[in-house]
Design a binder for this molecule. Structure first.
Ligand code: ATP
Ligand code: MG
Length: 600
């Protein structure tokens, strides 16, 4: 079940939203002009009641039709100006705000690429996906509306109240009475809504994870007839989300109730009082009309505060979620601090090849007190040598291979390449010297050629050579040869075909060091033999670490190391270990291919 990785820390919404400033900065001029225009438009709206007052006390009282027409014309022009200005504002902000959204999304994507594997192990992909989509959309909406309108409406309310107080201060005070309870409600609402908003957005992330997993795992779901239970899991999560959304709606309804009702009552009271004063003759009818239409003009700015606050709160939550990812520590592409500490230059210990010096490793999320996956690993793979790594399933072979290109950082000891500590190289240099092929051959939505050339190499020649080594010549027979699209949106390849392309990707750049995690597991015996024959030529001048389950793969290597209980318990040739190490003999004899191999 997907979980939310980090608990929300409590920070005020304003402080959280201020973190958006670096992104908003480049468009600040437009945003401020837009806000200014909106304030102008809004204040033009407040002039309308004053024209009404002039009409009621002037032309209407004097029964002057021409004056009434003139007033109507003024009203029309004012209305038109207000509409045009608001339209202009929208035009002004639309482009820069979509730019802000795009920038933030690009930054998030860049960051996701640079975050270490340990981060991705910990975070459900749906949580990341929802941050890149829903949360960023909420932020754009916040910048477009609440940010401007909280300011605009605030100014409008202030100006409106001043106008009303000037018209008649006693009636103005009546209108102001609800201000205090409304403010208190807003503060209480903010607090409550913030929790609900965070919950809802996290639940959207969980839901996204489930959808993503069921799309990726559709074969398994169908194969096991699990669509019903999968649908139930989805229903449960979407039910939870619905519950949270309803809770949000109830909170919003409460604040709207207060924000709409109290001022409405105040307006009613002011109307009664004003009518009495007009009857007494102590107030002109025009003033009352102006007063009430100002009050009515302020209704939208006041009513909208509820959902503007709600949207701001959601935006604050979205910002918080966004920066949870952006604040995560990325892999540092530059050399690490350790070797730099002991003087200038890179420490060299004279040993060539790939060397593990008392390496230990535990996963960052491993439970307290559990034994580390690897400890005290000492291995020396000499230059040009290839070493097979054998061990029971779950013994830590994949983990060990991941340490070489620093997909995970060793927690003890160190690894050197030709005498240089891998933490003393930049990640770029390290990863260009070490090529890897993993257990699960991943292909991207691109052509066969592009997928292979991701591993380095420059052109057709390298590509053809790599395909030949990996016995992936089937690629030339694809509908469009090596230009055929594969991956999720392209042609589906078989497991063995994908594995051979992944192998081609590993060897295409002629790396100095090759790390292969069980690279031939999905191949039939004959293809395997052909790949091995070709691979042997590559391995002749490459230092290689090859995880192997089958004797046929082991025989590719010069020596074998046995990984057991997190340690290397034996190193030797295949035949030495087969004779002298019962655990190794047991591991190797279990595989059917092993028997064939031994009979050879
Ligand atoms: N990301 C991870 N976080 C925590 N523990 C992990 C992680 N990946 C693997 N492990 C644990 O580390 C141990 C070694 O796993 P690893 O994948 O290295 O085994 P392996 O030798 O490659 O097995 P196999 O032969 O099945 O591929 C296992 O007990 C596994 O549960
Ligand atoms: Mg493995």
């Amino acid at each position: 079940m997907p979980t939310t990785p980090s608990p929300p820390e409590s920070r005020s919404a304003v402080r959280t939203l201020l973190r958006l400033w670096p992104y908003v900065r480049p468009v600040r001029a437009r945003l401020f002009s837009a806000a200014f225009i909106a304030i102008l438009a809004s204040c033009i709206g407040l002039v309308i009641p004053l024209v009404l007052k002039w009409m009621v006390d002037g032309p209407i009282a004097d029964r002057d039709p021409a004056g009434v027409w003139l007033g109507a014309l003024y009203l029309l022009l004012l209305g038109l100006a207000e509409a045009l200005l608001f339209g202009f504002r929208r035009w002004l902000v639309a482009r820069p705000l979509s730019h802000v959204e795009a920038e933030m999304r690009a930054d998030l994507y860049r960051r996701l690429q640079r975050l270490p594997v340990a981060f991705h192990d910990r975070w459900p992909s749906g949580q990341l996906l929802s941050r890149a989509t829903t949360d960023l959309m909420l932020l754009r909406m916040f910048l477009a509306f609440p940010l401007t309108f909280l300011l605009v409406n605030g100014v409008t309310i202030l100006v409106g109240v001043i106008i009303m107080l000037v018209q008649d201060w006693a009636l103005g005070l009546v209108i102001l009475v609800p201000a205090v309870p409304v403010l208190i409600t807003c503060v209480v609402f903010e607090k409550r809504y913030s929790g609900a908003a965070r919950r809802a957005q996290d639940q959207v992330g969980d839901l996204t994870t489930v959808v993503e997993e069921s799309v990726l795992g559709i074969r398994i779901i169908k194969g096991f007839g699990r669509h019903r239970s999968q649908a139930m899991a989805f229903r449960k999560l979407s039910g939870d989300l619905r519950g949270t959304e309803l809770h949000k709606a109830r909170l919003l309804a409460t604040i709207l109730g207060v924000i709409v009702t109290l001022p409405e009552l105040a307006i009613g009271a002011a109307l009664v009082l004003g009518a009495v004063q007009v009857a007494d003759g102590s107030l002109s009818a025009g003033t009352l009309v102006a007063f009430l239409s100002t009050a009515l003009a302020l209704r939208w700015p006041v009513d909208s505060i509820g959902f503007l606050l709600a949207m701001s709160q959601e935006a604050a939550t979205a910002t918080e979620r966004y920066f949870e990812v952006m604040d995560a520590e990325p892999e540092s592409p530059a050399p690490g601090p350790r070797p730099a500490a002991d003087g200038g230059g890179r420490p060299r210990d004279g040993e060539g090849g790939l060397v593990f010096h008392s390496v230990g490793f535990r996963y960052p999320d491993a439970p307290e007190g559990s034994a580390p996956v690897l400890h005290g690993i000492d291995l020396h793979i000499r230059p040009g040598e290839s070493l097979a790594l054998v061990g029971a399933t779950g013994s830590g072979k994949t983990t060990l291979t991941a340490l070489v290109p620093r997909l995970h950082e060793v927690t003890e000891g160190r690894i050197t390449l030709d005498g240089t500590d891998i933490t003393a190289m930049s990640l770029e240099e390290l990863r260009s010297r070490v090529a890897v092929a993993f257990e699960e051959p991943t292909l991207f939505s691109a052509t066969v050629g592009e997928n292979v050339l991701m591993g380095g190499g420059t052109g057709e020649e390298d590509l053809a050579r790599a395909l030949a080594v990996a016995q992936a010549d089937f690629a030339h027979a694809l509908p469009r040869g090596t230009d055929t699209q594969v991956g999720e949106q392209g042609l589906s390849l078989s497991g063995g075909q994908r594995q051979r392309l992944a192998l081609a990707r590993a060897v295409v750049g002629r790396p100095d060091f090759l790390v292969l995690d069980d690279p031939l597991s999905a191949l039939d015996v004959h293809t395997e033999a052909a790949v091995e024959a070709a691979l042997r030529r590559v391995l002749a001048d490459t230092t290689a670490l090859i995880v192997a389950h089958r004797p046929s793969t082991v025989l590719l290597a010069d020596r074998v190391a046995l990984l057991s209980g997190g340690r290397i318990t034996a190193v030797g040739t295949h035949h030495e270990l087969l004779r002298g190490n019962p655990e190794y003999a047991h591991l190797m004899s279990g595989a059917p291919a092993g028997e064939q191999e031994d009979q050879r």
